[in-house]
Design a binder for this molecule. Structure first.
Ligand code: NAI
Ligand code: MG
Length: 356
């Protein structure tokens, strides 16, 4: 298979963790005889340094010409003085909307080897934590009308939450399709006791469920879901939800699995082109020290192989290698605990690559 991959190394620890992920990608390429052509794309702080613009047109063209995008992380205190429209994070929002990436998938999976890192009680951890939050990414309250005005002498503001059936259908399809290759269970999270948008979500999702007779569908109010994620995370397989609820619940879900460093994510649209990135930021506090955890980025490469290129076995290889390295007791400092072997960022990359 031959693919063009756009690589945004980004800022802070971005280049360090992406280099390790590319190391792993190269090993997969060799082992399975694929050709992955890499194009390094400037976005975020690095683009501001080079061109003054957080997302130059050339970068947009390169991203649109790619089969998929790998991102480290962007941003850092150095760019705090940039005007809001030229901040590194703005580049990310623009990439998401330009590439039409409406589906954000964040797996919440606890590696049993890292159980001591989870704040949950052992009994709960033992039941297993392995679910995915499928979050709508380009609609809802974050993209509705925002306004502030004065009414009866009071400063007043409102933000509109808006969804169409088409927007709900396309994200629900992602959730159902994901469930079909997992444990065939979708939990649609909403606030249908109060919100009209949630009622529309329920009607639409219930209708679509008829096309997926094998999938069990249930509904949960978001406040209850927030509680259930800590009370009994093993009950979830796929959580389907709108933009803001998904933002909040996916952060909660990442926390119960232990370290932020090992969690990958993907953002997908109508085409097979996706953007894959670890869920953390550019960690300026540890940048340049070769101590960052590269596993979230390495596992993001695995998600790219599986979801954008359909390379299931290659993706499984990466997952298996990460498990083997953790089983052997190797840890970067963020996941270190007693009796384990401390390794650097690049050593962790070497270990996973060698395992493959
Ligand atoms: P952060 O995720 O960069 O760091 C939070 C804490 O987690 C820090 O103590 C950091 O050292 C640690 N950490 C993060 N990733 C790690 C890794 N791979 N290995 C070991 N430790 C790790 O969040 P923070 O500090 O709020 O943001 C820093 C910058 O990153 C900001 O400019 C922010 O806007 C940006 N950011 C970018 C994102 C992206 O590019 N997608 C996402 C989130 C934040
Ligand atoms: Mg968030």
């Amino acid at each position: 298979m031959k693919k063009n991959i756009a690589v945004i190394k980004g800022d802070g620890i971005g280049p360090e963790i992406v280099n390790e992920a590319l190391k792993v990608l190269h090993v997969i390429e060799k082992k399975y005889n694929h050709t992955f052509q890499l194009t390094e794309v400037l976005a975020g702080g690095a683009a501001i340094d080079a061109t003054g613009n957080c997302l130059p047109q050339e970068s947009i063209d390169q991203l649109l010409a790619s089969d998929s995008v790998l991102l480290g992380a962007v941003g850092g205190p150095k760019y705090d003085s940039q005007p809001p429209e030229n901040r590194p994070e703005k580049a990310l929002l623009r990439i998401r909307s330009t590439l039409g990436l409406f589906a954000n998938m964040r797996p919440a999976k606890l590696y049993p080897q890292l159980r001591e890192a989870s704040p949950l009680k052992d009994e709960l951890v033992d039941e297993g934590i392995d679910f995915v939050v499928v979050r709508e990414l380009t609609g809802g309250i974050y993209f509705g009308k925002h306004e502030t005005w004065t009414e009866n002498g009071q400063e007043t503001a409102q933000d509109i939450m808006k969804y169409s059936t088409a927007e709900i259908r396309r994200i629900a399809k992602v959730a159902f399709d994901t469930a079909m290759v997992r444990r065939k269970h979708v939990t649609c999270v909403d606030k249908a006791n109060v919100l009209d948008t949630s009622k529309l979500w329920r009607r639409t999702v219930r209708e679509m469920a008829k096309d997926y007779p094998e999938v069990t569908l249930d509904f949960m109010y978001v406040d209850n879901a927030a509680m259930q994620i800590c009370r009994k995370p093993s009950q979830f397989d796929v959580i389907l939800t709108e933009n803001m609820f998904g933002d909040i619940l996916s952060d909660e879900a990442s926390m119960i699995t232990g370290t932020i460093g090992t969690i990958p994510s993907s953002s997908l649209g109508e085409t097979s082109r996706g953007m894959y990135e670890p869920i953390h930021g550019s960690a300026p506090d540890i940048a340049g020290q070769d101590i960052a955890d590269p596993l979230g980025t390495i596992l993001s490469v695995g998600m790219m192989l599986k979801y954008s290129f359909g390379l299931e076995q290659e993706a499984e290889d990466i997952d298996r290698a990460v498990n083997a390295v953790l089983n052997a007791g190797y840890r970067t400092p963020d996941m270190m605990s007693e009796g384990m072997k401390k390794v650097s960022c690049h050593q962790m990359g070497d270990l996973v690559a060698t395992e493959i």
